[in-house]
Write a protein of this length. Structure first.
Ligand code: S3P
Length: 442
């Protein structure tokens, strides 16, 4: 089977209903927290992608029993930090920054060194955002290259809560500290720049002592060590980040309509909807519900003929951080010059996404002004691509692959997109859903 995708025809008009797979952030958090609970936890609709399977493999290596059944997954937790392993343990985080960073918080007490490795992309990414606060707890780290994987962690036994200011807006950093706090006496206080709050909501649901005070830019979080965590079942809702590719596909397609069922619309994740609506996209939220503190909804999208440029408010950056690549495609089609700024974090992802986003737009014939933390995109409402476009050597960043596929299906051109298997990290059924919407093989 070839690992390249060829697209030389735009998508046909469609009117469909789809479900996307489970939310990646919630799936990984369920795995890690279920490993700390006492007894059998179950999850339904757990995302079975490489990142989440890597999380399951990681807790198995730490002595936790996991059973993957046909329609659910079971984890037999043994309580907080009740891991069993021999010396020389290596945990492979593969492509997952969330797993690599969050698990270090759980390993804050490990009496022997544990090595964390990752793939080529993850090994280029910065770990200081978690090693610095975890060192404040007393953990020690050993590296070949400072603050990069592979690294080893050696925990600390008499842990006390810390005070920490998280000012990147990194939910991975915040969550890693929160997991370390489960093992620490006293109070851990975090002043955290706004970022996704799934860990806070799960802590509340699990009755872990947590207080959150919200201000406009920061959340002030206090956590105390719980006596225990009870096993819990969880139905993982659909992933808004995966949905975003289809929201954009429908917006850019001709006279089409799509209903995406049961998606997590946590307010800290829906920047993409706010931004696209400001640009003229037609998106309606239906059947809104609450589930264990998370908001869930169906999303109805209709194609848009008139899209306009945006000067994107920086307050929306964190809640759209994984969606900017596809938002850039809307900017490519919009009337006027769009401006996205204060986005240096985008270059810290699975690939340097600000640079790659600009590169792909340029290949499409769209002019951009790129700096190290901003991009201006000169939209062309009538853009029709005719030429061949090749996308390769992008560190197998799943979101680059999916962005390119959506661009190919909506702007035309003869695309050859390498590394099809990159989608397995977050959204293995992506191409099946595309085929289903298109009614024929790609
Ligand atoms: C995630 C947090 C974000 C996001 C990533 C998932 C999480 O990263 O980009 O895809 O599940 O906590 P940062 O915390 O580094 O911003």
């Amino acid at each position: 089977m070839t690992n390249q995708l060829f697209i030389n025809k735009k998508i046909n008009t469609f009117d469909k209903k789809i479900v996307v797979s489970g939310d990646k952030s919630l799936s990984i958090r369920w795995v890690l927290l279920a490993s700390q609970a006492i007894g059998k936890s179950r999850s339904y609709n757990l995302l079975m992608s490489e990142d989440v399977v890597a999380a399951l493999e990681a807790i198995k290596k730490l002595g936790i029993k996991v059973i993957v059944r046909k329609d659910h997954c079971e984890i037999y937790g043994k309580g907080i930090n009740n891991f069993k392993y021999k010396s020389g343990l290596v945990i492979d985080s593969k492509n997952s920054g969330t797993l690599g960073r969050l698990i270090l918080g759980l390993l804050i007490k490990s009496p022997i060194k544990i090595k964390i490795i990752g793939d080529k992309s993850l090994s280029k990414r910065d770990f200081s955002r978690v090693t610095v606060p975890l060192e404040k707890f007393g953990a020690r780290f050993f590296y070949k290259v400072k603050n990069k994987l592979p690294l080893s962690i050696l925990g600390f036994q008499s842990l006390k809560g810390i005070n920490y200011v998280e000012n990147k807006g990194s939910a991975q950093c915040k969550s890693s500290i929160m997991l370390a706090a489960l093992n620490s006496s006293g109070t851990t206080s975090i002043k955290a720049k706004k970022s996704r709050n799934h860990t806070e909501l799960l802590f509340k649901y699990l009755k872990i002592p947590i207080k959150v005070r919200k201000t406009k830019k920061f959340d002030f979080i206090d956590i105390k060590k719980p006596k225990k965590i009870n096993a819990f079942n969880y139905q993982i809702p659909g992933d808004i980040s995966s949905s975003a590719f289809f929201i954009v596909l429908t917006t850019l397609a001709n006279d089409s309509k799509l209903l995406i069922k049961n998606v997590n619309i946590n307010p800290s994740r829906v920047g993409v909807i706010t931004i696209l609506k400001k640009m003229g996209a037609r998106i309606i939220l239906k059947n809104q519900k609450n589930y264990r503190g998370e908001k869930i909804s169906d999303i109805l999208i209709k194609s848009s003929k008139k899209l306009k440029a945006i000067n994107c408010p920086i307050e929306l950056n964190s809640s759209a951080i994984d969606e900017f690549l596809v938002i850039f495609l809307i900017a490519a089609k919009a009337k006027g010059i769009s401006y996205f700024k204060d986005l240096s974090e985008l270059n810290q992802k699975e690939s340097p996404r600000l640079i790659w986003g600009s590169k792909i737009l340029n290949k499409m014939g769209i002019k951009t002004d790129l700096t190290k933390d901003s991009i201006k995109i000169y939209g062309q409402p009538n853009l029709e691509i005719k030429k061949p476009i090749i996308i390769k050597n992008y560190l197998k960043d799943h979101r680059i692959f999916m962005m390119s596929t959506i661009a190919a299906l909506t702007f035309g051109g003869k695309w050859k997109i390498h590394d099809k298997d990159s989608i397995n990290t977050s959204f293995p059924s992506f191409l099946k859903i595309v085929k289903n919407i298109n009614n024929k093989p790609l």
